[in-house]
Design a protein around this ligand. Structure first.
Ligand SMILES: Cc1ncc(COP(=O)(O)O)c(C=O)c1O
Length: 399
């Protein structure tokens, strides 16, 4: 007799991770793979972070459970970060330290919405938002972000669709996969609009710090009802540490705390002891951000312009969203092209279908979080390989 399984089995795989697995298999054969597929800094966290972790490991009390919202000194330190960077006053009681921002999203979705609620998300967008929403019985409402509109989703279009307004909206700035940064005015306007219309806004600010035109504003300055999610993964170079944070409005705290207790008891405690030192030296981290900017400039100046196509302006994060539709292929196929590129040049990139089911066959995401030498070598390999690939697929642009 067939045993029951749940509908969460239907949750799609995260293709970027599948590409990472394929690259690992290739590397096991001795291939020298350049990783432009996964959004993960190649640099370590600041040395103070490692020292704080090592010191904490000698203290037996750090090996126990943490309380659900995390250790109070870290929450205070995060509140201090908002004062330093944004001039924002944040009550540490509203800050939940989470196992990566990924669990911050899960808390926000579970505490903010009921089954069947509709949540607007930008497309292309980070696939785990959509996939997790569906796993939790929530309905993602896709808001297209197109080249013609500066790669930002349009509130006017959402309203004009004639559908009821969504219960929630989730936006990221800087965004993954495009690297697009919302202006401070756009952040303020969306905060005001959501608050006025009873739409619960969740702002993903995990790429803050990695913007190439100054520090953007935080949504917290413009709304009392917004949930802000952030992480030590990206700017702080601590992906594997699994520490993030989320800031909730006071009326949600009780629910969120009970959810956190039942979902994961508390965030990893030694990692929190290390993370507290992450704010001690912004200069080291700013230097990394400057390096990403240089990496971006290497890729955009060295890669063929028709390979980049109508690329989104990558003003933040560490991604280029290349538009391969200008390469003269009858049907652009980002999965096939990424596979061929990996096998024939050993450069790994992520097909756009991960981020946009409808249009993603026309895009490849390239992460420039790696070393500058890798960016130069990847550009060389792609330039050398592209003509033969275009001949193989019968492109009209083939020489
Ligand atoms: C836009 C965005 N949000 C959230 C995450 C999850 O990050 P973490 O759980 O490591 O904090 C990622 C990871 O790549 C991301 O790109």
């Amino acid at each position: 007799m067939a045993l029951k399984t749940t509908t969460t089995n239907m949750v799609p795989a995260f293709l970027a991770m599948a590409v990472m697995n394929a690259t690992k298999a290739l590397e096991a054969t001795g291939a020298d793979v350049i990783h432009l597929e996964v959004g993960q800094p190649s640099s370590p966290p600041p040395p103070a972070v490692n020292r704080a972790l090592i010191k904490a490991l000698d203290d037996v009390s750090t090996h126990g459970y943490s309380v659900a919202f995390g250790e109070w000194p870290l929450r205070q330190r995060i509140a201090g970060h908002y004062a330093d960077w944004y001039g924002a006053k944040v009550d540490p009681a509203c800050i939940a330290v989470t196992p990566g921002s990924s669990l911050g999203f899960a808390l926000a979705f579970l505490a903010g919405f009921d089954r069947g609620d509709r949540i607007a998300v930008a497309t292309p967008g980070y696939p785990a938002y959509r996939n997790l929403l569906m796993a939790l019985g929530l309905e993602p409402v896709l808001m297209p972000a197109r080249a013609t509109e500066g790669w930002l989703p349009s509130l006017e279009e959402l309203v004009a669709s004639g559908e009821p307004l969504p219960d929630g909206m989730l936006l990221a700035s800087p965004a993954n996969p495009t690297g697009v940064v919302m202006s401070d005015d756009d952040v303020r306007d969306v905060c005001i609009w959501c608050h006025k219309n009873g739409v619960r806004l969740i702002m993903d600010e995990i790429y803050h710090g990695l913007t190439f035109g100054g520090r953007p504003t935080t949504a917290l300055l413009h709304s009392d009802s917004v949930i802000v999610v952030n992480s030590f993964s990206k700017f702080f170079s601590m992906t594997g540490w699994r520490v993030g944070w989320a800031i909730f409005p006071p009326d949600m705290l009780d629910t969120v705390e009970r959810l956190a207790q039942n979902m994961y008891i508390g965030p990893p405690r030694p990692m929190q002891a290390g993370a507290i030192a992450a704010f001690d030296d912004y200069a080291i981290l700013d230097a990394e951000a400057a390096r990403y900017r240089e990496n971006r400039d290497i890729l955009t100046s060295r890669l063929p312009q028709d390979f980049l196509g109508d690329m989104a302006p990558s003003d933040g994060a560490f991604y280029l969203y290349a538009d391969i539709s200008k390469l003269g292929m009858t049907t652009p196929d980002s999965i096939g092209m990424a596979e061929a590129m990996l096998n024939e040049t050993h450069v790994a990139v992520t097909p756009g279908v991960d981020f946009d089911k409808a249009e993603g066959h026309r895009h490849l995401r390239l992460s420039y979080a790696g070393s500058t030498a890798d960016m130069k070598e990847a550009s060389r390999r792609i330039n050398d390989w592209l003509p033969s690939y275009l001949r193989q697929v019968g492109s009209s642009a083939a020489e």
